[in-house]
Ligand binder design. Structure first.
Ligand code: XMP
Length: 317
């Protein structure tokens, strides 16, 4: 559209003027916000931009591979990747408190990112996909403390003495998607549901272990798969699985089982500030439930979350 064209022209011009001959780094997650940020900054300054992808071991099945494959094969962005799976799992050992998890994952991210960035030598700017709702939810709002410590790259700019480039800070998600399409990113990259920085780490209630990640990943793939098959994936804001910290009794054959519970969370929203639980098709839920219970070893019950935000939040932690 005309407005997006002129937004791109103006922003590209601003970034060029600000950056000059200096170098910029960007934390690429594969999500819409960081992808569009990277594409926009790249349009402005080309190879002066280097992206860093940190695999925190809390991604969905196959996610890191597919994100890296996409950027390397379909774009000309420079992308460095680091696999820090072991480091993060180690940091999360014995930690059950949600804010403590967020803190450790956020801190770990900064540490790894900083180490990689230092290897690049002189860098002056950090490009970040902060959107308008992030600005509002993360800062102290009406004198109240922030609800959750949202994990982007908070703290990093000061530590590394980097100046910020945040070209999306006045935009909402739907505008970012429009912008991304205009920049030539494919629909598969643009119509991805939001995924939190702390990843599956905040969708496992209680301690995050390799074993529990394995259970959640298998359930998560089934949810994703079924939502995509029926065209529901793009109709809702988010749809995902959460692993609960309790076991319940079930029956299989003539034996008693005592196993994990998966909750399905699915919401409609415009900007994540408020959300309503999605009235999805019962048959879709039925298929997901059957598949999870039959295919994921260690799960014998699936429940559907019918809470709205507020007073609940979208993620469970
Ligand atoms: P809540 O759970 O606060 O989530 O209703 C609002 C939206 O933000 C996503 N989310 C995050 N995104 N870093 C992110 O980049 C985070 O730490 C984080 N926590 C939640 C969540 O998935 C939802 O879309």
């Amino acid at each position: 559209s005309w407005t997006m064209h002129s937004f791109i022209d103006t922003t590209v011009e601003e970034i060029r003027r600000k950056v000059g001959d200096d170098r910029v780094i960007c934390a690429l997650s594969g999500g819409v916000d960081s992808s569009v940020t990277a594409a926009l900054v790249h349009r402005a300054i080309g190879d002066q931009l280097t992206c860093i992808y940190v695999n925190n071991g809390l991604m969905r099945t196959g996610e890191s591979e597919s994100v890296l494959r996409f950027f390397r094969q379909k774009t000309s962005l420079k992308v460095i990747d680091v696999d820090a799976t072991d480091y993060f799992l180690d940091q999360l050992k014995g930690v059950a408190d949600p804010e403590e998890k967020r803190k450790r994952i956020g801190y770990g991210f900064i540490k790894i990112f900083e180490e990689e960035a230092k290897k690049l030598g002189e860098v002056k700017y950090l490009a970040q996909g902060t959107l308008y709702p992030d600005v509002i939810e993360s800062v102290e709002f009406r004198g109240k403390a922030p609800i959750k410590s949202h994990h982007n790259v908070g703290g990093l700019p000061e530590r590394m003495q980097l100046d910020l480039i945040e070209p999306l800070r006045e935009l909402f998600k739907d505008e970012v998607r429009e912008l991304g399409l205009e920049l030539g990113l494919p629909e598969e990259a643009i119509y991805r549901q939001p995924f939190p920085g702390p990843g599956l780490g905040i969708r496992i209630m209680g301690e995050v272990t390799a074993e529990r990640l394995n259970i959640l990943r298998q359930a998560d793939v089934i949810v994703l798969d079924e939502f995509k098959k029926e065209g529901w994936y793009r109709k809702v804001w988010q749809s995902f699985a959460v692993l609960l910290p309790i076991q319940t009794v079930g029956v299989m054959g003539d034996g008693r089982t005592y196993e994990h519970v998966i909750a399905i969370r699915c919401v409609d929203s415009k900007d994540a500030m408020t959300a309503d639980w999605s009235r999805v098709d019962y048959d879709l839920l039925g298929r997901i439930s059957n598949r999870i219970i039959n295919e994921v070893r260690g799960v014998n019950r699936v429940v559907y979350d019918i809470s709205s935000k507020p007073p609940s939040t979208i993620e469970w932690e």
